[in-house]
Design a binder for this molecule. Structure first.
Ligand SMILES: [Zn+2]
Ligand SMILES: [Zn+2]
Length: 335
């Protein structure tokens, strides 16, 4: 069997598979890219050829324009695809619609690149699949023991309670436009909130795309022609950046809500003037990370994309070989 640690190398453009001649989530344009999901720190325009899932391809088209993403090759989860003789299989990562882990098989060695992932249920995408492998490359965005994400329904209940408490205030709900926004909408609907939800203009395209994939987000309205008075006691979904810009001041005494894994850090909520922080992440928390590195049964774990040191240390204490892998060009989107 081939040494799994030789299947991929780190190049300036990103993780590279020499035998298959492809990069995974390159941060500079390359000849062939395998893309794990649509967030901006993973999917970029300008590659000559792209292999990814069909939903991620649609997300890339929506964000960059169809003419800027190269020649597409889409694969369903579980399909074995040969790239220059190396077998590549995309597996659900549970992160956002279309998100995939990449399984590479070369001469008996099995390597899995996680991309971003989470283990808990998400009504907007397929659940994470554990794939046994020799080498697992895990993200570590929330790779510190302080990061433990509470149950989703607890966080959503806080928002619903606030709507009851403050029927005269508009709730501006900041959420990343890809993934978090749609997950929040579905969680609100599951919690019984069935009133129309208003969308900032920047949220519309991706909500439409999720709906085109069969996800029922309930009644959504644009703000066009709506009087501010009529939004009191309601929800306006907006990008996180809009919580602090001029746009948000037009809503008077609004309740600023931000849903993110980073809301575990009180300082971050304060900096943004967030009155109601909701801890809702599309990434694995510490418990999910440490469970996953065991579940995959790999001899070697490479840790990348976040807080590497603490997780590397933890994995080594479990008797598993671990290294930090510093991939450049990571400005996390959608945490
Ligand atoms: Zn992501
Ligand atoms: Zn990421």
């Amino acid at each position: 069997m081939m040494d799994a640690r030789k299947v991929l190398q780190l190049r300036p453009e990103g993780l590279y598979c020499p035998a298959g001649d492809f990069f995974i989530d390159p941060h500079r344009p390359v000849d062939r890219a395998v893309v794990t999901h649509g967030h901006a720190d993973h999917a970029r325009p300008g590659n000559a050829r792209v292999m990814t899932t069909a939903p991620t391809a649609r997300i890339m088209e929506s964000r960059f324009g169809a003419d800027r993403i190269g020649v597409l090759q889409t694969a369903d989860y579980g399909d074995k695809v040969s790239l220059s003789g190396v077998s590549v299989t995309l597996l659900p990562a549970g992160h956002v619609l279309g998100s995939a882990q990449v399984l590479i098989e070369q001469q008996g060695a099995r390597v899995v690149v996680s991309g971003d992932y989470k283990r808990r249920r998400d009504p907007t995408c397929a659940g994470f699949e554990v794939a046994s492998c020799d080498l697992y490359i895990t993200e570590a965005t929330f790779g510190l023991p302080v990061f433990r994400h509470p149950p989703d329904r607890v966080e959503v209940a806080k928002l619903i309670k606030s709507l009851d408490l403050f029927p005269d205030r508009t709730h501006l709900l900041g959420a990343y436009a890809l993934g978090k926004a749609q997950r929040l909408l579905m969680l609100l609907r599951e919690a019984g909130y069935d009133l129309p939800i208003y969308l900032h203009g920047a949220m519309a395209a991706l909500c439409d795309l999720y709906r085109a994939h069969g996800l029922d987000l309930g009644e959504l309205r644009t703000l066009e022609g709506v009087k501010k008075q009529d939004l009191k006691g309601g929800i306006v979904l907006c990008p996180p950046s809009a919580l602090n810009d001029r746009w948000s001041r037009g809503f008077g005494n609004a309740v600023r809500v931000f849903a993110s894994g980073w809301m575990m850090v009180r300082q971050r909520a304060k900096q943004r003037g967030v009155e109601l922080p909701l801890v809702l992440s599309d990434h694995a928390d510490w418990d999910e990370l440490t469970a996953t590195v065991k579940d995959v049964g790999a001899e070697t774990i490479w840790v990348t994309h976040g807080r590497e040191e603490a997780l590397v240390h933890h994995i080594r204490t479990e008797g598993i070989e671990a290294e930090a892998l510093s991939v450049a060009g990571r400005e996390e989107e959608g945490s």
